[in-house]
Design a protein around this ligand. Structure first.
Ligand code: FES
Length: 175
């Protein structure tokens, strides 16, 4: 069931859109901000609330790769997986990350600290290769730098709330 707070936040979006269905991405982002991910149960509840079928909403969710349909780690690592980063050393970075974490892209480390997600151009091609960890952009990367960067996040209790992540990367600063 949607919480009162979630319902209130979703309803606040309605005036900005022509139909209830059009709010669906924002609605999923709201739920994800509160719960960390969007479960099947949340999809069902949201679909009912928005006048959609669960399948319709799920097809939007699976198209949009920053909506998490399964639990994610405490920190989200977005690895730029586009042409300039490919040219500038993406493969070495990816291999290093996968070896370090023992997971593939799209997976979460066993300790629940990090989820690795490939993403299209992060918009900083002149400083490729690049990645984001939560809200932080890291550029001009080499495998040698990676461990030092990730040590800042590993086990830290003072990092940005990962549930804020989708809101921030989408540039939404309204609340
Ligand atoms: S291709 Fe990686 S930042 Fe643009």
């Amino acid at each position: 069931m949607l919480t009162e707070e979630e319902t209130r936040e979703i309803e606040a979006e309605f005036p900005r859109y022509e139909t209830r269905e059009a709010v669906c991405i924002e609605a999923m982002k709201i739920v994800q901000r509160h719960r960390g991910w969007v479960s099947d149960e949340s999809i069902r509840d949201l679909a009912e609330f928005l006048g959609m079928t669960p399948d319709e909403l799920d097809s939007v969710a699976t198209f949009y790769n920053l909506i998490f349909r399964e639990p994610v780690g405490k920190h989200i690592i977005l690895m730029c997986d586009s042409i300039t980063c490919w040219i500038m050393g993406y493969e070495r970075l990816r291999a290093h990350m996968q070896q370090r974490f023992g997971v593939n892209l799209g997976d979460t480390t066993q300790d629940g600290q990090f989820t690795l997600i490939p993403i299209q151009c992060l918009g900083t091609c002149d400083h490729a290769p690049a990645m984001m960890v939560d809200d932080d952009l890291h550029r001009d990367l080499s495998p040698e730098q990676i461990d030092g960067i990730l040590a800042r996040y590993d086990g830290s209790a003072n990092l940005a709330n990962p549930r804020e992540y989708v809101k921030n990367i989408s540039g939404d600063s309204r609340d």
